[in-house]
Design a protein around this ligand. Sequence first.
Ligand SMILES: [Zn+2]
Length: 377
Amino acid sequence: MFGQRIKIFSLLGFEVRVDLSWIVLAVLVTWSLARGVFPDYFENLPERTYWFMGAVGALGLFLSIIFHELSHSLIARKFGISMKGITLFIFGGVAEMTEEAPDAKAEFWMAIVGPASSLLLGAMFFAVWRYGESAGWPVPAVGVLFYLAWINVALAVFNLIPAFPLDGGRLLRAVLWGFRKNLQWATRITSRLGSGFGILLIALGLYSIIQGQFIGGIWWFLIGMFVRSAAQTSYQQLLTRKALEGEMVSRFMVTNPVTVPPATSLQQLVDHYIYRHHFKMYPIVEDGRLTGCVTLRQLKEVPHDQWNRVTVREVARPCSPAMNIPPDTDALQALSIMNRTGSSRLMVVVGDRLVGIIALKDLLQFLSLKLSLEETE
Ligand SMILES: [Zn+2]
């Protein structure tokens, strides 16, 4: 269900997308408004009217969330951060950033504008509601306006809770970051608060379920799980980024990689290379020059009984340029290339010479050593 996104429209240059999981939220909101909230507050209306009010209320919530996320995106763009767009999913919406805020000040304004715009929208709905009520507007219209005023204020308040990655947590992180000039420390504190808040929501959810409020309870439980894992991953991502950024791959690549001479037979390749080193891909080097690559797939295309006669040179293909990187490549960039291409080993080349191989395993080992050395601060 997650990950299936549908683009619905573009607004001010931002793509607004809906994850399919959002449908669950839309149905749940419509249902709880039509069957719970509206009949409780506005009695004696026809059943159909409640459903209509529920649907309009859910649509209003949807637009309110877009408004909130749009404000984040606009301020982010003002600070020169490129945005991937706005995605609505089961727990609300996210303005997806491609990079982090450049400094504490940018983070502060980006975080505070969300709750501020929700509060503003809530105040506007509140004013229209007051006016509508004194002007004698129909009850369903007044009811939906009141709900939208209330839900926007609730959105602002919930988001102001100082638990990273909620807006309030980002706000606190910006303040701590500006105060101590240490992003990592600020992220550690606020993501711990985020994690703790997640646990609190999970407990609240379980308590509600025991009390018999099943849907509400499951809801809080799931939101708690989400907040907790988001808090933990964002801290880990920051650590990874900090540890790998600015580190050149030449620092931890293997400098005498296993290479295959082109005259090797396929049988020798299997016996002396594949069974010994367990790699899926081998660079072919002749007189110090990288001439191609041979992979398990090319080997499998040749029938077994010909493996003694066919040489590696005959089946080799040119190496994929996406997997060749220069030695001064940033380690973080190498990691993202591995992510994108799905290959856990990249060849480090200078011109047509193979100078090393960088493996995901080595990157992660370097990362964990660096992190454990830095933990003592
Ligand atoms: Zn927000």
